[in-house]
Design a protein around this ligand. Structure first.
Ligand code: SF4
Length: 237
């Protein structure tokens, strides 16, 4: 799932809930990753609504996600796996599909996540899936800690929502293959990575984020190019 889709969901969720009596702050995987990168930016983003400028970004990955989701949806009712992954996974597509999961910690804070897809195995275990579109060969890549965290968080959310879950999730990479045979469409490498669940209870992670939000603004990272740039130019304002 792409960051800006999460941002969009998060913004709307927080906006809708802010109009209700008690304002609930909804955190997500993207928020926790932001905290990991820089607690100050995370604090500024949630407390003041000040986000780092993003510059020009490609929305191509979002388009890929939408197409992939529709492709998977088209096989859901038929009760079969899409040909792109057939024979590679021993499970069915969840039907009906539940995309969003919420977990309320207290009156003020909650955590939510949106899965790209979900499989259900023969024993009724739910297996979250995240689609990744890759610009370099994913078969040679190391799995980022952020992706491990993402699967742990999805499993936690599903479990908290009463689902029986497997002890793993999947990343499915889609990588356009180098070819001059494009007449019948872009050839695609589909690479499936099984991510074993490492951390069952992610409440500690969410609590750490809440603690930051409830405290004073954290210090800037000394290596951050943005803050360094700002410190140098601010005397000219
Ligand atoms: S150090 Fe960088 S990432 Fe952190 S608040 Fe400053 S601009 Fe944001």
């Amino acid at each position: 799932m792409q960051k800006d889709l999460f941002d969009f969901e998060e913004k709307n969720l927080n906006k809708n809930l802010s109009s209700s009596k008690k304002k609930v702050t909804w955190l997500s995987h993207t928020a926790l990753e932001e905290l990991h990168r820089c607690p100050r930016c995370f604090w500024l983003s949630y407390k003041e609504g000040i986000k780092l400028p993003e510059g020009i970004q490609s929305r191509l990955a979002n388009r890929f996600d939408t197409i992939l989701k529709r492709y998977f949806d088209s096989y859901r009712e038929k009760g079969v796996l899409p040909p792109l992954i057939e024979g590679k996974i021993k499970a069915k597509l969840q039907s009906p599909f539940k995309e969003s999961y919420y977990f309320k910690l207290n009156e003020e804070y909650g955590f939510f996540g949106k899965v790209d897809e979900c499989f259900v195995d023969d024993e009724g275990n739910h297996i979250p899936v995240d689609f990744k579109t890759a610009s370099s060969d994913p078969r040679e890549k190391q799995i980022l800690l952020a992706y491990q965290n993402q699967i742990d968080e999805y499993l936690f959310l599903m479990e908290e929502n009463g689902k029986k879950v497997a002890d793993f999730g999947y990343l499915i990479y889609f990588f356009p293959q180098m070819s001059i045979e494009l007449t019948n469409g872009f050839p695609m490498i589909v690479h499936i990575v099984k991510i074993e669940r490492k951390v069952k209870d992610i409440k500690k992670r969410i609590d750490a984020a809440i603690k930051i939000l409830q405290g004073p603004i954290p210090k800037s990272s000394p290596d951050c190019v943005y803050c360094n740039w700002f410190l140098r130019v601010k005397k000219y304002y």
